[in-house]
Design a protein around this ligand. Structure first.
Ligand code: ATP
Length: 495
């Protein structure tokens, strides 16, 4: 959907809006989630937790957002977490050099290219300033994106806001491993906020300075990269892979990808399958997804193998998750800096575990899900807008509406609402305005079902259940409502 449609809906229905908007000094790249937005975002993270953390037997932590300088010395962020920045000589606005060139040539430009190379590409492709159209730029410089802080009353303890959620997982590994009953692999997850001083925040949630990440770090023995007990479950499942150097995306089964060494081993193929399946559950069609294999210029400084999970939208392909084989880079780095032993001893073998990382953006997934769920239809003279969100991530599962407030209908509706709440369904109550308007209000925020309590309810204890997408309605006995809603939510039954 065109981004204006999403942004209008977001503002109209308080999905998300600029932070500190009542001040002219509001900062770019910071956003708030309103009641509906935060509900969808929360449920999206809950689904990630179910599908990629709990089902895979992983554990989850909630670490500090501020970490001491030593951590980022060891991780390499202080020396390497740089973006190439370029300033227009005419209007002095700053842009990301790689992104400016990429837009001009409609191709990928690795951010790690040498500054001199980026300078010559800017000249060669006659790149212009996005603000004033000027074509004269200063030389490209590297800009570190970490946000620093001085901690304590004397301010002598240098610290940083984390630029990714994973570092505390590496720092906590030794403690978590000790309490972990089995051997490796050990998967540890964390969802929370990350902070990056992005040069040019834009496209609302897609490039922010404070954003949500949900990350999984799987610690494993590199000699066992082909030993995956549950591999049978995914062996024939096709991954939409676009390996580095290949002409385009191809569906490749997990067994084939592992056998032909398109990926480093079964272990990688297995988790890529789980990732693709998770995004399918968010309602993203497989034909709009791809895992793009990054070449050596594009990969992050710590990665041996990287698959960016991308989704096609009106804004082009958007990266939602980076799947990085980080080797022992992190544990070895922290062991050296902290002078602690972070190796494990399994079956008499002492080694530093390798890590496969699934690093996802929460807000990018949220935005892309909205983009793909947005529907605008003409019905005669009327226009109908609705979000076709899967029930599991809709802000509420259903609305409960008394047809009128009199003759006991309001009380009966309240009773049904309370009971559904008791069953832990997310339900919204609305008694204001015509039924048509109430349906339209919840359609627009993607609530899949509506329950209407009318005069027949008072006679035979049935209600009308309405489906958002087809707008079909059927009568359901009140005593059968909870079970039916549960089946619809878990997609065990279609409307
Ligand atoms: P990009 O190339 O778009 O800058 P990245 O490669 O730097 O992204 P990673 O460091 O791999 O991103 O971060 C993992 C995930 O975090 C990304 O796939 C994305 O979903 C999310 N993410 C990263 N930076 C931002 C941002 N500035 N705003 C919103 N989400 C982000």
């Amino acid at each position: 959907m065109p981004k204006d449609e999403i942004n209008n809906l977001a503002l109209r229905r308080e999905l998300f809006f600029p932070s500190a908007e009542i001040y002219s000094s509001a900062l770019a790249g910071f956003w708030e989630f309103g009641p509906v937005g935060q509900a969808v975002r929360r449920r999206l993270v809950d689904l990630w937790r179910k599908e990629l953390v709990e089902k895979e037997g992983m554990v989850e932590i909630d670490g500090a957002q501020i970490l001491p300088e030593d951590v980022f010395k060891a991780s390499g962020h202080l020396s390497n977490f740089n973006d190439p920045i370029v300033q227009c000589k005419k209007c002095h606005s700053l842009s990301r050099a790689d992104k400016l060139i990429a837009e001009k040539i409609d191709d990928i430009v690795p951010e790690s290219l040498a500054t001199a190379e980026l300078d010559s590409m800017i000249k060669k492709h006659k790149v212009s300033c996005p603000k004033c159209g000027g074509k004269n730029f200063d030389k490209v410089k590297k800009f570190n994106m970490m946000m620093g802080l001085d901690i304590g009353a004397t301010g002598d303890q240098k610290a940083y806001l984390r630029p990714e959620t994973c570092q505390s997982i590496f720092l906590d590994f030794r403690r978590l491993y000790k309490n972990h009953r089995g051997d490796l692999p050990l998967g540890v997850a964390q969802a929370g906020k990350s902070f990056r001083n992005e040069i040019a925040p834009r496209n609302t949630l897609l490039r922010q300075r404070e954003f949500g990440q949900m990350e999984v770090e799987i610690f494993f023995d590199q000699d066992k990269i082909d030993e995956v007990p549950l591999f049978e479950e995914v062996k024939d499942y096709k991954l939409n892979l676009w390996p580095d150097g290949a002409k385009g995306t191809k569906g490749i089964s997990c067994s084939e990808a592992a056998k032909k060494k398109t990926v480093s081993g079964k272990f990688i193929a297995y988790y890529l399958a789980r990732v693709q399946q998770f995004y399918e559950k968010l309602g993203i069609p497989v034909k709009k997804m791809r895992f793009r294999g990054l070449d050596k210029d594009e990969k992050a400084f710590y990665a041996r193998e990287t698959w960016d999970f991308e989704v096609e939208t009106d804004l082009g392909w958007i990266e939602l998750m980076a799947c990085n084989y980080r080797t022992d880079y992190d544990l070895a780095g922290h062991a050296k800096q902290s002078k602690q032993d972070l190796s494990v001893n399994e079956g008499g073998k002492k080694f530093v575990p390798h890590i496969f990382e699934l690093s996802a953006g929460i807000d990018r997934a949220f935005y892309v899900v909205l983009d793909l769920a947005f529907r605008k239809e003409k019905r005669g003279k009327e226009e109908r807008i609705y979000l076709m969100l899967p029930p599991k991530i809709a802000p509420f599962l259903c609305g409960v509406f008394p047809l009128v407030k009199k003759d006991g209908l309001l009380e009966k509706a309240r009773e049904i609402f309370n009971e559904l709440n008791e069953y832990s369904f997310d339900v919204v109550f609305d008694e204001k305005g015509s039924i048509g308007k109430r349906y339209a209000r919840i359609d627009e925020i993607g609530v899949p079902y509506a329950i209407t309590i009318d005069y027949d309810t008072m006679k035979d204890n049935t209600v009308t259940l309405r489906d958002r997408d087809s707008m079909e309605q059927k009568r359901v006995k009140v005593e059968e409502l909870a079970e039916l809603l549960w089946k619809l939510q878990s997609e065990k039954e279609k409307f």
